[in-house]
Write a protein of this length. Structure first.
Length: 88
């Protein structure tokens, strides 16, 4: 499989690891074998994810996150051919 998501990705536009084009395709995350839908950021090589912790906010209004370590498996939800066809 050559069509893999990047090693590190964030959904926060202020992060240097944010990539709008990749996020438009839809990236799914399996963490320790379980599907996670509340992932804010992940890193495959370091083996961690940051998960949104409910509705709690920090003092700047950003969602509170918790960092968990384990096996991270990102994947694209739509194949590359289908994503390019939808963009045209």
């Amino acid at each position: 499989m050559t069509d893999m998501p990047p090693d590190r990705l964030s959904i926060n536009p202020n992060s240097p690891h944010y990539d709008d084009a990749i996020l438009e395709r839809g990236v799914g995350i399996k963490f320790d074998g379980n599907e996670k839908t509340n992932v804010d950021e992940y890193c495959v090589s370091e083996g961690w994810v940051k998960l949104t912790a409910g509705k709690a906010k920090d003092r700047f209004g950003n969602p509170m996150t918790i960092k968990l370590k384990g096996v991270v498996e990102p994947y694209f939800r739509t194949p590359e051919q289908q994503a390019t066809a939808e963009a045209e």
